[in-house]
Design a protein around this ligand. Structure first.
Ligand code: SAM
Length: 254
């Protein structure tokens, strides 16, 4: 039933059965003007803490929609604890990275500034809005957190050494994904981070630094040079398939 309902919205407020929620201006505007919603229309509301609820529109005013929460349809479920570190790209490619990383179940996104990063303009509010939209359409229950952009060297200096950092290394010197992520699976690693370089790749200094760090491991994504945004999707897909939540069926519908 809940899968047939087309409208699915993230709300940050607590969701409690048999209570009413007054939606903020942006989702209200979306419902009124984009979806042309009417009183009595069903929709789904979700967040990481409360899961997903079936709701029904009760009132529509000029700028505000209120809904009543009928029943819970899914219990809270967190995405695997895998982070994405990526160097911001041109606008469309960065949009793609945020959307695909969210669809692919990444828990946290960290824009990192490397020597060859082409843009230092990081539009964090836009990234957050895109992550929410991608979570809504992909039936995720949580939305990845998005950090402010930070220099790669600073991230590495403050790294939690218990979290393996897999850096995608196009030089041919990285481990193949099956052996490295297969070992992570056997070790039951429950957290990880994937780092993808900018269009110009990592500098020699950055590669030397990464290779010297005990918590960092180079990974090869095959013999072809992928665009950075392709490498993001490929790396996350491989990690999810071998270590993350592609390894078991998930249907937590109530
Ligand atoms: N430096 C390269 C060049 O200009 O020839 C291209 C860098 S590539 C477009 C951007 C990033 O994607 C790389 O830094 C790396 O993290 C990742 N990447 C691309 N192809 C890869 C591969 N075959 N194996 C591992 N990582 C790859």
């Amino acid at each position: 039933m809940s899968q047939k309902i087309k409208i699915r919205l993230f709300v940050a407020t607590p969701l409690i059965e048999q209570t009413s929620v007054s939606l903020d201006e942006a989702p209200s505007h979306y419902l009124i003007h984009v979806m042309k919603a009417k009183i009595g229309d069903p929709l789904l509301l979700f967040n990481a803490e409360c899961g997903e609820f079936l709701a029904v529109i009760k009132t529509i005013s000029k700028k505000n929609v209120s809904v009543s929460l009928e029943r819970q349809t899914r219990q809270p479920l967190s995405s695997p604890d895998v982070w994405l570190l990526f160097a911001p790209l041109k606008k469309d490619q960065t949009d793609f990275v945020i959307q695909k990383a969210t669809e692919l179940g990444c828990a946290k996104i960290v824009p990192v500034l490397t020597k060859f990063t082409i843009t230092e303009k990081t539009r964090i509010e836009r990234f957050k809005a895109q992550a929410i939209e991608a979570a809504e359409q992909s039936r995720r229950l949580d939305v990845p957190s998005i950090d402010d952009a930070v220099p790669l060297t600073k991230v590495l200096a403050n790294w939690d050494k218990q979290r393996p950092l897999y850096f995608m290394d196009e030089s041919g010197n990285g481990h193949d994904v099956f052996s490295i992520f297969g070992a992570a699976r056997i070790a039951k690693e429950n957290k990880a981070a994937l780092l993808i370089g900018p269009e110009g790749g990592f500098s020699d200094d950055e590669l030397a630094l990464l290779r010297s760090l005990p918590f960092a491991r180079g990974v090869s994504l095959g013999p072809r040079i992928l665009r950075a945004e392709t490498a993001v999707a490929a790396a996350l897909s491989c990690w999810q398939a071998l270590v993350g939540d592609w390894t078991s069926a998930h249907d937590e519908s109530l």
